[in-house]
Design a protein around this ligand. Structure first.
Ligand code: ARG
Length: 471
């Protein structure tokens, strides 16, 4: 059979044009959703009396047959049929004969492709909420095991103040919580039906868009037919959300890479999540963390790519919009890969508590606390800061840490120092002194873990409910 749109043409399409404009090599990913959408559409055509019950049955049987062929990998896709929509329609007509040509009544590929993308993306967004919850669970598990592990906290990658390692990990749980909530919120903008917009203006047939929406589990229909076929905001929004998730994963990756270096030696990633060197036998490289950090680039690229495609497009559909797909598929694959690996990699990571403790003992991250100590004895903070600055300099020049100083040495800098300074300088004391909501004191971190676990339960409930709804 010739092209589905061949009537207007007198010449064959140039072979290179066919290859250049076809999307079947990548949009075959939408096959399931295309059939799902067509089944709902044809059911509606029957219900509205636009097609006879008999035609509807034949078309539905044919669509199920084509679906089976696709699932078994038996359908041969043709570049000359351009995209998944026309490949499926062609296969349908091959199967049921000319009646198959009635499926496209009251519909355009423009509202069809948009519908497929909405159906496809909503499933993936729900899956990502589930994957993020798994990662949070792994992080919370490690946090619970490290409620007594003290580690230097950094600013400017310089040791700043000691914190609980659990507190550090829970910062990532908070980031991923925002990511989860962003995805959940985006669902309501994805879950809107474009079908029924036709090519751009609606259709002359007495269709029922709300009935189609109901069958497909959409919460509503697009208000404006031009917007329905031109809108790719929901994909941009997903790519932006994915970019932020990758930002968070990349920051964590950077920390893993640093922490597993000999210089830090704070953690050891499990052998199953590292690789070796082909020349240096001693090497164990944190490749997964590095690759996640590296792949963040392509995810950002896909976001900028689509924004750029859309920025000057006149309404309504333009062929440029076919460029919305590969970036979205690539981002979904990239994010899936990263999240699937990260949860078990975090869960199996070994934490070198002793090494972390040793690092804390050999730094000046308790300096703020002696400044606060002097403030509590009546010295204005600025003066206290100056005094401790001089004390630290003295330590550095004499190869000592604050806890090594004798009381007489402290007295060179201020007479306000007393014996209790040695208690104040203990890392445990320093950590527990930050007993403010959201701070690093052990009871605060334990409370934060409780709150995070309650949210995790909520997320798991949401996931179960929407997993069904989104299929
Ligand atoms: N393959 C096309 C795309 O992905 C489907 C829509 C084609 N519409 C059209 N009027 N040529 O964008």
């Amino acid at each position: 059979m010739s092209k589905l749109w061949g009537g207007r043409f007198t010449k064959k399409t140039d072979q290179l044009v066919e290859e250049y404009t076809a999307s079947i090599l990548f949009d075959k990913e939408l096959a399931e959703e295309d059939i799902q959408g067509s089944l709902a559409h044809v059911t509606m055509l029957g219900k509205c009396g636009i097609l006879s019950a008999d035609d509807v049955d034949k078309i539905k049987d044919g669509l199920h047959h084509v679906q089976g062929m696709i699932r078994r990998g038996e359908l041969e896709y043709n570049v000359s049929d351009e995209d998944i929509h026309m490949n499926i329609e062609k296969a349908l007509i091959d199967e049921v004969g000319p009646v198959g040509g009635k499926l496209h009544t009251g519909r355009s590929r423009n509202d069809q492709v948009a519908t497929d993308m909405h159906l496809w993306l909503r499933k993936r967004v729900v899956e990502f909420v589930g994957l993020l919850a798994k990662l949070q669970e792994a992080l919370i598990g490690q946090a619970k095991n490290n409620l007594d592990t003290i580690v230097p906290g950094y600013t400017h990658l310089q040791r700043a103040q000691p914190i609980l390692f659990a507190h550090h990990l829970m910062a990532y749980v908070a980031m991923f919580q925002r990511d989860i909530e962003r995805l959940q919120d985006s669902y309501k903008r994805i879950n809107v039906l474009p079908l029924g917009a036709g090519a751009l203006a609606g259709t002359t047939f007495p269709i029922d868009r709300h009935f189609v929406a109901e069958q497909l589990g959409f919460d509503g229909v697009y208000e404006n037919s031009l917007d329905a076929v031109s809108d790719r905001d929901f994909i941009v929004e997903f790519l932006a959300n994915a970019s932020l998730i990758m930002t968070h994963l990349s920051r964590l990756s950077e920390e893993f890479v640093l922490w597993s270096s000999t210089e830090f030696h704070f953690i050891e990633l499990d052998d199953a999540f590292c690789t070796g060197s082909s020349i240096m036998p001693q090497k164990k490289n944190p490749d997964v963390a590095e690759l996640v950090r590296g792949k963040t680039g392509r995810v950002y690229g896909n976001l900028i790519g689509l924004l750029t495609v859309l920025k000057s497009l006149p309404l309504a559909y333009n062929k440029d919009m076919q460029e919305d797909k590969e970036g979205m598929f690539d981002t979904v694959r990239t994010l899936q890969g990263a999240l699937q690996l990260y949860a078990p990699m975090v869960a199996t990571m070994k934490v070198n508590k002793d090494r972390m403790r040793q690092a804390v003992n050999q730094d000046f991250s308790n300096a703020t606390d002696i400044a606060d100590y002097l403030v509590n004895k009546g010295l204005p903070f600025r003066q206290a800061h100056e005094v401790i600055g001089k004390t630290v300099l003295y330590c550095i020049q004499n190869g000592k840490f604050l806890l090594d100083l004798k009381l007489e040495e402290f007295h060179q800098f201020s007479k306000l120092f007393d014996k209790d300074i040695y208690e104040v300088l203990q890392p445990e004391h320093v950590v527990d002194a930050r007993n403010v909501y959201g701070g690093t004191a052990a009871p605060q971190v334990a409370a934060a873990i409780d709150r995070a676990e309650a949210k995790l339960q909520e997320t798991n409930g949401w996931f179960e409910e929407y997993f069904e709804k989104s299929r």
